[in-house]
Design a protein around this ligand. Structure first.
Ligand code: ATP
Ligand code: MG
Length: 338
C-alpha cells in the first residue's frame, strides 16, 4: 500500500432504491440507484453526459437505457448491463466523495443475500473503482455503526429486501441472518393494486405510488384520512386511499414478525430477553409510523421487548461501513488488482 495520507476510506450502502457513501474525509452523499446511458446520438447531445444518475436519470428516462441494477437484493440476473451499472454507480459515489487520485479502500454493505449469491459480480463491479474491498451485510454495517455488537437484532427494511441480523459479538454467520423479499417494493406493488381496484379510472405510475407511500405511510389506526392526487380521464382528482395505505403497509407486519420471532427462538435462551429488548429497525421502511409498535405487540407473545428505529436511516449503513473500514485489520481486506 502507498503512504497513509493517500488512502481514502469509504463506507458505501449499495441499495436497491438508494445508495449512500460516507468517506473518511467527512464527505457524505446519497443518490437514487438509477443509472442511465443515452440511447443514441441525439440523446447524448440532449443530456450532454455519457451516463446519468439518480433522480436526473429517472426524469430523463425516455432518452436513456435506464437501470436499477439491484433487484430483490441481488444484482439482476441475465442483465449484462447490471454489473456495469453497479460499477458506474460506485464510481460516481466515490468520485463525489473525493476519491479521484487516492488509494480507495471501500467497505460495501449489500443485502445479505447478495453477499452469498452475487459476490463475484460485486467484486468485478468494484474492480478498477476501488483498490481494496470488504463486503459486509447491510444490517451488520448498521449494527457496527451503532456499536450494537452484542445481543441486538437489526432489521433493515429496504426497497428490495428486509434483512435481519442477530449480533453475538462477532462477525455474523449465515445462521444469524435472514433475508425476506417483503420490503418497500412489495408495499408499492400492493398499494398500486389496491388503489387501482378502488379507483379504476385513475392514471398513475409506480413512481407516484412510491411517493404517496413515503409521504403517508402508517401501520395501525389512521390519525387522519389519506388523500393523493392523480388524473382521472385527464382531470387532476383527489382520491381517498386511507384503507389502502394501511393495508399495504400492514402487509409487512406478519412476515417481519414471523421472521423476527423465528430468529429470536434460535438465540441462546440465556440471552433471548436481552435481544428482545434490543431490536433496531433500519432502512427506509423503519420510517413507517406505527411499525415499531406493531412489532413490539408481536414480542408480547414471547415475554415482551423493545423495538426502536435508527436516527438516520439514510446514512446508518454507509456510516457503519465507514466505521468498519477504519477498524478493519490488513488481513480482512480483499486486494483488487487493476
Ligand atoms: N417515510 C417512509 N415510509 C415508508 N417507506 C419509506 C419511507 N421513506 C422511504 N421508504 C421506503 O424505503 C425503501 C428504501 O429504503 P432504503 O433506502 O433503506 O432501501 P435500499 O437500501 O435502497 O434497498 P435494499 O436495502 O432493499 O437494497 C423504499 O421502498 C422507500 O419507498
Ligand atoms: Mg438498504
Amino acid at each position: 500500500m502507498s503512504g497513509k495520507k493517500d488512502v481514502l476510506h469509504v463506507g458505501i450502502d449499495l441499495g436497491t432504491s438508494r445508495s449512500a457513501i460516507c468517506a473518511s474525509n467527512g464527505e457524505r452523499h446519497v443518490v437514487e440507484s438509477w443509472v442511465g446511458w443515452p440511447v443514441d446520438m441525439v440523446a447524448r447531445k440532449v443530456v450532454k453526459k455519457p451516463v446519468v444518475f439518480g433522480h436526473e436519470a429517472l426524469e430523463n428516462r425516455p432518452m436513456l437505457d435506464l437501470h436499477r441494477p439491484l433487484e430483490r437484493g441481488l444484482i439482476k440476473e441475465g442483465s449484462p448491463k447490471a454489473e456495469a451499472a453497479v460499477r458506474e454507480l460506485l464510481a460516481h459515489l466515490i468520485e463525489k466523495a473525493g476519491g479521484a487520485g487516492k488509494t480507495v479502500q471501500a467497505v460495501v454493505g449489500v443485502p445479505a443475500e447478495a453477499m452469498r449469491v452475487s459476490r463475484q459480480h460485486l467484486r468485478n463491479a468494484v474492480k478498477g473503482v476501488a483498490d481494496a474491498l470488504l463486503l459486509v451485510s447491510e444490517p451488520f454495517a448498521v449494527a457496527y455503526g451503532m456499536d450494537a455488537l452484542l445481543h441486538t437484532m437489526i432489521i433493515d427494511i429496504g426497497a428490495g429486501t428486509s434483512d435481519f441480523c442477530v449480533m453475538n459479538g462477532r462477525y455474523p454467520t449465515d445462521d444469524d441472518q435472514r433475508t425476506l423479499t417483503h420490503a418497500g417494493d412489495t408495499v408499492d406493488e400492493q398499494l398500486g393494486l389496491q388503489i387501482r381496484a378502488r379507483h379504476p379510472d385513475a392514471n398513475f405510475s409506480i413512481h407516484m405510488v412510491r411517493e404517496w407511500k413515503e409521504r403517508n405511510s402508517f401501520v395501525g389506526e389512521p390519525k387522519e384520512p389519506v388523500f393523493v392526487e392523480a388524473p382521472v380521464r385527464g382531470k387532476p382528482t383527489r382520491l381517498e386511499v386511507t384503507a389502502e395505505m394501511r393495508k399495504a403497509c400492514e402487509s409487512l407486519v406478519g412476515p417481519l414478525a414471523e421472521t423476527m420471532l423465528d430468529l429470536l427462538s434460535r438465540v441462546d435462551p440465556e440471552y433471548q430477553q436481552r435481544v428482545r429488548n434490543n431490536v433496531v429497525l433500519a432502512g427506509g421502511g423503519s420510517q413507517i409510523p406505527g411499525l415499531a409498535a406493531a412489532l413490539e405487540r408481536a414480542l408480547e407473545e414471547v415475554g415482551g421487548g423493545r423495538v426502536r428505529s435508527v436516527e438516520d436511516p439514510v446514512f446508518a449503513g454507509a456510516s457503519g461501513s465507514l466505521a468498519i473500514a477504519a477498524d478493519a485489520p490488513e488481513g480482512d481486506w480483499e486486494r483488487l488488482a487493476g
